[in-house]
Write a protein that binds this ligand. Structure first.
Ligand code: 5GP
Ligand code: MG
Length: 177
């Protein structure tokens, strides 16, 4: 399946699962090193990060907790600039070391809004792990600590990322044609 059609858009295969997995293992290795003897709370950002988080956290071997939040900022293929919290954090992160797990950091609006939200609960530290990072689109100063892969500004689907709700189940990452 080198091409997929989702609604009005055609996508072609861009990053194969094996290549993704290799990069995910590298991030897991860095986290295992950095959080040795620590007890971080991973905050997974739904929906897009579910597949990345699942593969990543299976390879994380530190004692940790996993919590979930749900936010939405995209409509179709454009960032709307306003970030809605759809499911808040149901976990005490006061004084804890937190690692946010995101699918993709684009303009950075979502991650910065989420950082503001989580910082209100006074964690001792927050770091960010993202599957994909679009450095040319990023407009913020917050450091993105763990990046599995840097990508261009094109719209991507698969491996958790959707186009209008579809395509999240694709094992590989596809790029819009
Ligand atoms: P930001 O707020 O950084 O502009 O956008 C972040 C969110 O927009 C991501 O969490 C993701 O949900 C969505 N997003 C950004 N770029 C893409 C993309 O190329 N494909 C998909 N499917 N979603 C994207
Ligand atoms: Mg997301």
């Amino acid at each position: 399946m080198d091409k997929v059609q989702i609604k009005d858009k055609s996508f072609r295969k861009h990053i194969l699962f094996d290549a993704i997995h290799e990069k995910v293992l590298k991030v897991a290795g860095r986290i295992n090193e950095d959080y040795k003897k620590k007890n971080p709370v991973f905050v997974v950002v739904l929906n897009g990060a579910f597949m990345f988080a699942s593969d990543l956290l299976k390879k994380v071997n530190v004692d940790c907790e996993i919590a979930f939040v749900k936010v939405a900022s995209y409509e179709g293929t454009k960032s709307t600039g306003s970030v809605k919290s759809l499911i808040g954090l149901n976990h005490n992160i006061n004084n804890r070391e937190v690692v946010i797990i995101e699918d993709i950091v684009d303009t950075g609006e979502t991650i910065v809004a989420l950082l503001d939200q989580l910082n209100r609960q006074s964690p001792s530290q927050i770091k960010i792990a993202t599957l994909l990072f679009k450095p040319k689109a990023y407009t913020k100063d917050a450091p993105i600590d763990y990046v599995a892969m840097e990508v261009g500004n094109e719209f991507l689907v698969g491996y958790g990322l959707d186009y209008d709700g579809f395509g999240r189940n694709l094992e590989d990452i596809y790029i819009v044609d």
